[in-house]
Each structure stands twice: as structure tokens, then as C-alpha cells.
Write a protein that binds this ligand. Structure first.
Ligand code: DON
Length: 561
């Protein structure tokens, strides 16, 4: 197990809130932030202290992560921002997913035999979708924030300009992506300033990125999607034979989408709609599990049922999901309790159902990139944000003069229906590449509302994101787990194909493993723990907020103040 450090900082600004008799106090009075890097959490805190709300803080944390976690997300990538506004209960997901450029073609990543051309959708400029994150920052600030964009971007600009300390996870990422980063002169200049890996603890400065952030702060949307930044991005992509045009960038728009809302044992679950598969798959799995009393069952029986629910939820992902602006996704049917009842009826308690016995499609390991943070402010506004470049540092290619790393999100499309992506996930026609289309995602920012309070959660982890969020929701609803207990929970996962349960070391007791094998499940222990769950909670009983970051993350920082 990796040695992990969990930084917990607790500052009480308004003093502990008084105990309330009412089950749902009007406002928490305190704020909580859980993010994967202390500087990002501090950026959020700085903005809250300056009078900002959770949405201002979300912009600050998001932009800070783009600087201090360049392997996980960035201005050259995208993300999903799930928001809850306390004053009127308005709930929305700001979809800042990347789009395929207009010249993209469905078969651009396969050869004449329909076989994947190795690396093309991962390490080249063709791998990059048109970025969405900068548009989301501007939109969130303008529509939901209280403070000027310049104020909320100030911490990120400072971190880029003044630098931050190189930490071990960053070094790991740099090592893993060394060849690709070294091949891009702009990336090499930033990440290997002395010609080699930087020293642990040395300062990493990103002057070009600071300038790009400043342009965004000063000019808003057009500071990135038009003018010198857009021109530099397009020039860099085209110089390498890529497809981006100025029109692609000028045409990029975020989309505000209604979240997926479902119920599980008295709890209200609010999560990401398509083009994320997260909310739909989560709802299907919870609907299936609603029919059982998991707490009353022996561990092996309960685990078996959760695995069978995962298998069916992920099967539907492969079969039905894609960008709803391009394909008809039967969301209402998929999240309907009656549909889940049908799926449940075919689950045997004594046997694993082989995935190829389910009507469906005929799927590898994920990495620890992408990033998530969760915020609740003193008024009860909430933000759950998952953002990404896809794999480590995206494509590794940086557009000269911008500090912007290009994502490799195009790999999340189906290169050909049935061909597994970098996460071993198989998708169908619905997720085929088309100009302007958004690639299907697993990112699952989620709110869980029970009669006792609210939890805001999410995690990176590729295909395992949805099953991690499921286990978090089950812990919260079935066992009233605290934020700390939710993030610490051991994990297992099934994604339909490959037809195999993967689980963290020690996640399942030996007797449970044996009982699952006896039912016909194939089990495989992961080499190491996975995921980086970030949870903030507001418990009504004591009117208390709590923040927790995954002990598996190196430098997560949870802050309550
Ligand atoms: O959107 C998605 O589902 C993926 N691009 C997320 C990638 C990810 O979580 C990588 N981390 N392990």
C-alpha cells in the first residue's frame, strides 16, 4: 500500500455552529472544501474569505488545480460542474466536456482493418478535443459567483507565476510521461527546466500559463477562445498535423444540463447527466439495489448483489450512452425503477451472471489522473466538480507560448463500436466520433441528500469512478457514514467487460472472496489502492460540516472553516 498523507486543517472562522432542533437548518454557517492539493483548497478558502460563495470558490479551486496538478486537469481539458444554489434550490450541471473538432471522422483512430492505430488517440494532437474548462470558469463566475473573475483567478495566477513545490506524485507523473513531454518543446521547457526531471521540493513555475490565465481573467471567454491564445493553440495543433481550427475554438460552448435525480432508500441522489454516463449508471445500480436490504444480508451475499448491479449498470453504459445532443439516450427508461426491477428479476443470488449472457456488446487498467473537489459554503451552496485531461498530462503536448497542455480525451470516444478504450471500456454506436460531438465520460460529481443531511462527492479513476461513487453513496445512505468513513471505505469494481471483479488489497474478507468465487465470479486484486474521493458533508442534527479527502491521495487537503 502506498504511504499516503492526509492533511486535515481545521479553522473555525465563525465558531462552531450551535446545535439545532430542526432537522434541516437554514444554512450551515461554516464552509467545507475537500480538494486533492493544499494550494487548491487554500485558493478556495482565500476566495470564500474575500466574500465569495461556493461557486467562486469552485472557479478558484478548479483553476488552481489546473496549475498545481498539471497531470490531472487543465485549461486544455474539460470537466463537469454540478451545482446547487441554496437560495432557490436551483440545480444544474455545467457541462464543460471537450468536443470533437469539425474535421474529426468516426474512423480516424483505426486502420483499414478496423484495428486501433496505437497511440493515435492518446499521444498525438489528434487525441485532443476542443477544451471546455476555460469556458466553464468564465460561465460559473459570471452566472453564479459574487466576485470578479480576476479576484477568483488570482490565486491560480500566483501559483503559476511564483511557482509551487514539486511533490512526489507530480514527479511520478513526469516520469511516466517523460518521453511524450520531452518530445513537446514547450512541455519540456516547463517540466524539465534543467533538461531533466526537476528536484523534489524545487519550484515549478509556469509563466506562459500565468499569462493565459491573466488573459482569461481580463477578457473572459474570448481571452482563451479567440485572439493570441486561440491562435497559438491552433498553430501548435496544425503544425503537428492536427485538426483544430479557429472556428472550432470560437464555436465552443458549455451546456447547462439538468442533473439526473434518483432515489435510494429515502435519499435523493443528484448526479451527472449525459454526456457523462455517471448519473445514469449510478441511478440504475441504486434502483436495482433498492430491492434488497443489503445491511441485513451476509457480506458475501450483499457484495455479490452490488457486483451484479455494477455489471448491469455498466452494460447499459456500453449499449446506450453517448452525447445526448447527437444520439437518443433513453434516459427516462434507464433510470426508471420498473426497468431496474426487470434487471433485478434476472439476478440470481447464488450465481454470477456471465457478462456475455447479458444482451450487449462484446474490454484494461486505469490510472490515477483526473481530479475532483467538493465544496459547501456557509449558505449551503454546493459544488461537486470533476475535471480532466484524461490520462497523465493528457497528450503531453503543450502549445508553445500558452502553457496549455492538450488533452487526450478523444480516446474516450469509441474508435470503433466494440473496441475497448484506454480504460477497457467498450461503447457502441452512440459514442462514435462525430464533428462537434462530446465523448462519453464516467465523471460522476454527485450530491446525496438524506433526511439527516447532505454529502457532496466525486473522484477521479476512469471507468472505476462510477463504482466508487456507488460505494460512497451506499456507505452514506445504508450506514450513515461520515465524510471520513466514506473516503476510507475499501473498494471493489465490476464494469461488465472485462467480466471480472477487481478489488483493492484487503477490500474483501477471505471468506467473502471464496463465497464469490463459488458463485462463479472471477476476482482479481489490484496492485494498489485506487481512487481519490473527496467528500464534504453537512449534517443537519448538529448543523455541522465536515470535509474529508481520500487517504489514498498524496496531498489531499480537507478544510472546514
Ligand atoms: O471522462 C472520463 O471518464 C475520463 N476521461 C476520466 C479519466 C480519468 O478519470 C483518469 N483517471 N484515472
Amino acid at each position: 500500500m502506498p504511504i499516503s498523507r492526509l492533511f486535515i486543517v481545521s479553522l473555525i472562522l465563525f465558531g462552531p455552529a450551535s446545535v439545532q432542533a430542526s432537522p434541516a437548518p437554514e444554512r450551515p454557517g461554516q464552509a467545507a472544501i475537500a480538494s486533492p492539493h493544499p494550494l487548491a483548497t487554500q485558493a478556495g478558502e482565500e476566495v470564500l474569505r474575500a466574500g465569495g460563495n461556493a461557486f467562486d470558490a469552485a472557479v478558484a479551486v478548479s483553476a488552481a488545480l489546473a496549475v498545481v496538478e498539471p497531470y490531472g486537469s487543465g485549461l486544455g481539458g474539460g470537466g463537469f460542474f454540478l451545482l446547487h444554489r441554496a437560495e432557490d434550490g436551483h440545480e444544474v450541471m455545467v457541462d464543460a466536456r471537450e468536443t470533437a473538432p469539425a474535421a474529426a471522422r468516426r474512423d480516424m483512430f483505426v486502420d483499414e482493418q478496423g484495428e486501433r492505430i496505437p497511440g493515435l488517440s492518446l499521444d498525438t494532437v489528434l487525441a485532443a478535443g476542443i477544451p471546455g474548462l476555460p469556458a466553464a470558469l468564465v460561465h460559473l463566475s459570471r452566472e453564479y459567483g459574487r466576485l470578479p473573475l480576476g479576484t477568483v483567478l488570482a490565486p491560480a495566477i500566483r501559483y503559476a507565476e511564483d511557482g509551487f513545490e514539486v511533490y512526489s506524485r507530480l514527479l511520478t507523473g513526469l516520469e511516466r510521461k517523460r518521453a511524450e513531454l520531452a518530445a513537446s518543446p514547450a512541455s519540456a521547457e516547463v517540466f524539465f527546466p534543467a533538461g531533466d526531471l526537476p528536484e523534489l521540493g524545487s519550484r515549478l513555475r509556469q509563466h506562459d500559463l500565468a499569462r493565459t490565465l491573466r488573459r482569461l481573467a481580463e477578457q473572459g471567454h474570448d481571452g482563451f477562445y479567440a485572439g493570441p491564445v486561440a491562435e497559438a493553440l491552433v498553430a501548435a495543433v496544425q503544425a503537428e498535423g492536427g485538426l483544430w481550427t479557429l472556428e472550432d475554438l470560437a464555436g465552443y460552448r458549455i451546456v447547462e444540463r439538468a442533473p439526473i435525480v434518483s432515489r435510494y432508500r429515502g435519499a435523493r441522489i443528484v448526479s451527472a447527466p449525459p454526456p457523462s454516463s455517471g448519473g445514469v449508471v449510478l441511478a440504475t445500480m441504486l434502483n436495482i439495489l433498492e430491492g434488497y436490504d443489503l445491511q441485513a444480508l451476509p457480506a458475501d451475499a450483499a457484495t455479490h448483489l452490488v457486483i451484479e448491479a455494477m455489471r448491469r449498470g455498466y452494460r447499459d453504459r456500453a449499449l446506450y450512452l453517448g452525447d445526448p445532443d447527437f444520439v437518443d439516450v433513453p434516459v427516462a427508461r434507464l433510470i426508471h425503477p420498473m426497468y431496474a426491477a426487470g434487471l433485478r428479476a434476472a439476478i440470481r443470488t447464488d450465481r454470477a451472471m456471465p457478462s456475455d449472457h447479458l444482451p450487449g456488446l462484446g474490454a484494461r487498467e486505469d490510472g490515477p489522473q483526473t481530479t475532483h473537489f467538493s465544496i459547501i459554503d456557509g449558505d449551503g451552496n454546493r459544488a461537486a466538480v470533476t475535471q480532466t485531461l484524461n490520462f497523465w498530462f493528457g497528450s503531453g503536448i503543450m502549445a508553445a507560448g500558452t502553457g496549455v497542455l492538450l488533452n487526450n480525451e478523444m480516446d474516450d470516444f469509441s474508435a470503433r463500436p466494440g473496441l475497448p478504450d484506454g480504460f477497457g471500456l467498450v461503447t457502441g454506436e452512440g459514442n462514435a466520433i462525430a464533428p462537434g460531438k462530446r465523448m462519453l465520460s464516467s465523471m460522476t460529481p454527485t450530491f446525496v441528500e438524506t433526511p439527516d443531511g447532505v454529502a457532496v462527492l466525486g473522484t477521479p479513476g476512469g471507468s472505476r469512478i462510477i463504482s466508487m461513487v456507488l460505494l460512497g453513496v451506499l456507505a452514506r445512505v445504508d450506514e450513515q457514514a461520515s465524510a471520513g468513513e466514506m473516503v476510507a471505505r475499501r473498494r471493489f469494481h465490476h464494469q461488465y467487460l472485462p467480466d471480472r471483479v477487481v478489488h483493492e488489497p484487503d477490500a474483501l474478507e477471505a471468506a467473502v472472496v471464496e463465497a464469490l468465487r463459488a458463485r462463479g465470479h472471477e476476482l482479481e486484486e489490484t496492485r494498489r489502492d485506487y481512487g481519490n474521493l473527496k467528500v464534504v458533508t453537512w449534517d443537519y442534527g448538529e448543523n455541522r460540516v465536515e470535509a474529508a479527502t481520500d487517504p489514498r491521495g498524496e496531498r489531499g487537503e480537507a478544510l472546514v472553516y
